[in-house]
Ligand binder design. Structure first.
Ligand SMILES: [Zn+2]
Length: 292
């Protein structure tokens, strides 16, 4: 069933948890290209997708967050963008079977239009290449995530809408201001995100990363104040990262995160899941709260 139809039935859907921190736990070293693991460590990537499926996720993402040709160029791999994104989607689809959703992950390119780093056309082309490869590999959703600039986010959404049949999700990363409001690094509020992303064609909007689950409640309320119909997705970190003896720790336990799930749903979230630091245990605990 199309994910938008499932949401219309008032089902709260469960996404998956972290990929980046999971890959590190599997031995990926700093300086390695995560997307190259889709070829060189296929089994490890498959295990991540499968462990989220077994934890109860309805939606499995893909190991393609840094899969734009711009990000891949840091490793000299820009010419392999199609191949690496396609492989990412094939692995997640193979792990999740036909019934679950595969959401092709698209992250920021690291290029800023504002700084004149890149043209709109170049960004659009890069997002189009990624979206087409992810759909061809088996994704039924494209999720542009961890975005902070509106112009880049809008190009990612448009490129996915105009070149694939996928459902398109956009989630941005907000942080809390001293006045209690929320803004991305580029100064975008949740309200501004909703208005611009609907205009760009997004089916679902929301927030990921940057915050633990408790602050996500305020973000969902701000989104709902701007629009009470559009489906909302939230993927919270397992708390704010803390650097202890050179190691990044995420301290929110599955139980701590689970305490806020019902409040998050009450605020208006339709899809929930985890970002950095969350594990299959976090997702399994969320599944218990949601029921099947
Ligand atoms: Zn994250």
């Amino acid at each position: 069933m199309n994910i938008l139809d499932e949401i219309k039935l008032n089902r709260v859907l469960l996404s998956d948890g972290a990929w980046g921190t999971f890959l590190q736990a599997k031995g990926m070293k700093p300086g390695e290209c995560p997307e190259l693991w889709n070829i060189t460590h296929r089994k490890d990537v498959f295990d991540i997708a499968e462990s989220y499926l077994l934890a109860g996720s309805d939606i499995i993402e893909t190991n393609s967050f840094g899969g734009s040709r711009f990000k891949l160029s840091l490793y000299g791999l820009e010419k392999r963008a199609y191949e690496l994104n396609h492989a990412a989607a094939v692995i997640s689809r193979e792990a999740s079977g036909r019934d679950k959703h595969v959401a092709g992950s698209v992250g920021p390119t690291g290029k800023m239009l504002l700084m004149g780093d890149v043209t709109e056309e170049e960004l659009y082309d890069a997002f189009r290449e990624q979206a087409i490869a992810l759909e061809a590999g088996g994704a039924d959703i494209i999720i542009a995530e961890t975005m902070s600039a509106l112009d880049e986010a809008a190009l990612a959404v448009r490129a996915a809408r105009e070149n694939t049949k996928c459902t398109v999700i956009i989630t941005m990363t907000f942080s809390k201001e001293p006045d209690g409001g929320y803004h991305t690094m580029m100064g975008v509020s949740p309200e501004e995100m909703v208005i611009s992303m609907k205009e760009a064609g997004a089916h679902i909007v929301g927030s990921n990363c940057g915050n633990g689950i408790e602050d996500m409640i305020g973000i969902v309320k701000a989104i709902r104040a701007a629009d009470n119909l559009i489906p909302v997705m939230v993927q919270a970190n397992a708390g704010i990262p803390e650097l202890i003896n050179g190691v990044t720790l995420f301290r929110e336990s599955p139980e701590m995160m689970a305490t806020f799930i019902l409040e998050l749903i009450k605020a208006g979230a339709n899809i929930i899941g985890g970002c950095c630091g969350t594990t299959p245990e976090h997702i399994m605990t969320m599944r218990r709260v949601l029921g099947s």
